[in-house]
Ligand binder design. Structure first.
Ligand SMILES: Cc1ncc(COP(=O)(O)O)c(C=O)c1O
Length: 396
């Protein structure tokens, strides 16, 4: 047979998603890798044990199942190596612990996923790392915030809840000039719609809980590094005793097979609803980077090849006192949209976004921010549900 890897290197994304990360000939021809549950791995003799001269040495250091997933993620990210961690949040905190030491300073985007901020303001602070938050739209201007002890710049684009875009290439170039590591939470786009390492990022972070899982039933994170940062990331991951569970790794690998077609559907339905919302008088503003009206749209168009299924809109209200009551009336009238955290699954969700943590990139002032995760349901049904929400908010 011809070499499949050579073929895949030039193949389309859905072909690659269908074939990366497993090698059937390694497992008697079975299409999927085995789910290997393991702590102990036996060595054939004392010499092999002493020198650890075999591929697998202990369950925490990888199994054929976790390797299959890591290889698939490396193929998508273009990374030198990937580690698995038990949640998307851990995928952020592990590289921070890997690359920051007492006395260091880190720059974190202000539109960051809130639990990342919590980690910085509590544990990083306790470990002697100082942090400043920067404007997501700062671009190359980030240079003015870099101190002699700045070691890490964390990016997330689009930002959580308000979806600000970032000029990742410009930020990475400046950060590297000052010897900083650049990390990026790329969960929204997935490596299908944005490849961080191609834009200068050193460490790409993904909450695999979202689109790779796709079914709201798995928690997992992946951290992928370029060659210069891989050894240090792997060392920290091992030192912390982290590993991905075989069952969850298997499910995430299974999810990857359909991620491309699911994302196409999420994208199409989400854009349909976002454009429809823009036309409605109940809505003050729609926060979605793929809409030309959105301030960061040009960056999205320049760098991203698609958009996913989560965005926000600002509900139009008369006064600030009404924010909460109107938002709750909208949410409580929904039938199909569930009220719950997370996203990337097959089912639609709605949340009244809390933005009181923001320091630099302020929350919209026209009304409450409602975040929608658009699932795989029929758009007509989702619109009907949202209309019921608007009617309830208006009736209040
Ligand atoms: C942007 C972003 N990063 C990371 C995470 C964390 O993922 P997990 O829920 O797996 O901890 C989330 C969760 O909502 C998220 O929205």
């Amino acid at each position: 047979m011809n070499d499949k890897n050579d073929f895949l290197a030039g193949a389309g994304v859905n072909t690659r998603l269908s074939h990366i990360g497993n090698s059937p000939s390694d497992f008697h021809g079975f299409v999927n890798p085995p789910v290997v549950h393991a702590s102990t791995v036996l060595f054939p003799n004392a010499k092999a044990m002493e020198t650890r001269a075999q591929k697998y040495t202990y369950g925490t250091r990888g199994t054929p199942t976790t390797d299959a997933l890591c290889e698939a993620i490396d193929a998508l990210e273009g990374s030198a190596g990937t580690v698995l961690v038990p949640s998307g949040l851990a995928a952020v905190t592990v590289p921070f612990l890997a690359f920051l030491s007492a006395g260091d300073h880190a720059l974190i985007v202000d539109s960051v996923y809130f639990p990342t901020r919590h980690f910085c303001d509590t544990m990083l602070k306790r470990l002697g790392v100082s942090v400043d938050y920067y404007d997501p739209m700062i671009g190359a201007g980030i240079e003015s915030l870099i101190k002699p002890n700045t070691r890490l710049v964390h990016t997330e684009a689009p930002g959580s809840n308000t979806f600000e875009m970032q000029d990742i290439s410009a930020i990475s170039a400046v950060a590297h000039r000052h010897g900083c590591v650049v990390t990026m939470d790329n969960t929204w786009a997935t490596p299908l719609y944005f490849k961080p390492l191609d834009h200068g990022v050193d460490v790409s972070i993904h909450a695999a809980t979202k689109y790779p899982s796709g079914h709201s039933d798995i928690l997992m994170g992946t951290v992928s590094a370029n060659a210069a940062h891989w050894e240090q990331l792997l060392e920290a991951h091992g030192a912390l005793g982290l590993c991905g569970s075989p069952d969850d790794s298997y499910q995430i690998l299974r999810g990857l097979r359909t991620m491309g077609i699911r994302l196409e559907r999420h994208q199409e339905s989400t854009l349909n609803i976002a454009r429809w919302l823009e036309e409605r008088e109940d809505v003050a503003r729609v926060l979605h980077p793929a809409l030309p009206s959105f301030p960061g749209h040009d960056l999205w168009k320049r760098d991203f090849t698609g958009s996913s299924g989560i965005f926000s809109f600002v509900l139009k209200v008369d006064s600030q006192e009404q924010f909460k009551a109107k938002a709750h009336a909208f949410l409580d009238a929904l039938s199909i949209f569930g009220l719950g955290w997370s996203w990337g699954g097959f089912e639609s969700l709605a949340v009244h976004a809390g933005l009181s943590d923001r320091r630099v990139s302020k929350a919209p002032s026209e009304g409450p921010v409602i975040r929608l995760q658009i699932g795989l349901e029929d758009v007509a049904d989702l619109r009907r549900d949202i209309e019921a929400g608007f009617a309830a908010a208006k009736a209040l």
